[in-house]
Design a protein around this ligand. Sequence first.
Ligand code: NAD
Length: 328
Amino acid sequence: MSTENKGVSIVSEKTCQAVVGRPEAFTAVENVFAAMAKNSAYNFPVVREAIGHADALYGFKSGFDRDGMVLGVKAGGYWPGNAQQGITNHQSTVILFDPDTGKIKSLVGGNYLTAVRTAASSAVSIAHLARKDSKVLGMVGAGHQSTFQLRAAVEQRDFEKVVAWNFHPDMLPNLEKVCVELGLPFEAVSREELGAQADVIITITSAFESLMQKDWIKPGTHIACMGTDTKGKQEVDADLLAAATVFTDEVAQSISLGEAQHAIESGLIQISDITPIGEVINGTHQGRTSEDEITLFDGTGVGLQDLAVASAAADLAEAQGKANFIDL
Ligand code: NAD
């Protein structure tokens, strides 16, 4: 629906939750990964600064998707004191612009969308890279993002069980509650046991040291490393990346601030060893080639994912009469 005569659409957090579910987020993220691999969509340099107030980190992620005709910016960051005031520490808002004129089109709440687009990213990797007969899902991490990851992952394969480990064991009930709701057996295990059982592993922590060693991972496992999105963070052994076939959302981020930064730094892998997952989606890379291959997805999180889901939210909210409009 055109917004030309209506002004700027405003799509609230609540409306985003009402109109964008996991299927819509999956499709938006899969499409934009495909466009990125064709060089039809590109991310602009990320700005992230400590503002010297409230211990906040603030920044912008922006880009342009020529295939989807989506231009915009996600602005926001991390305010560690927010939780004490009963609001989310991570705060973001997306602004979408008309690529033909530069006029603002939409203002979209970005908090819920960040969680669903991150979950969609690992889900896309599972859909394209995990063995079809994967039965056990292993979760490393049990914070805010983890339940979104879990819900999106279990829709990709016929999982029969979830095993989980977390640095703070008291957070594991977050995952267990979702498993109970979904009717999936849940078991809290050691990291070694998690590696021994899981066919698919998602890591979603804020760790700065390897949590999973190469020797603990079974042949044929698919691992989605989703927590490492900053220089210095790390969730898995660099040796694991050398043993695995490595895929990512964006190679530039993977080598600089993603999980691959450590294996690249130590010379264990080269940039040419890392494949954009969009190539698998587009059919220009074969993806998994054997039942024994370990596949690893380095999900660093790019601005185009945010813009893709925000654009879907704006379109759906407008079509369903759930957007508000203002003149600027
Ligand atoms: P959260 O604060 O709610 O949870 C943090 C998780 O990390 C918990 O499981 C906690 O127990 C664990 N943890 C904390 N310190 C640890 C340590 N020293 N060793 C091991 N585990 C530790 O955070 P969240 O919102 O769930 O986000 C988790 C991570 O995902 C963060 O690092 C965040 O930056 C990252 N993230 C990535 C993307 C992306 O697109 N890739 C998007 C959003 C968030």
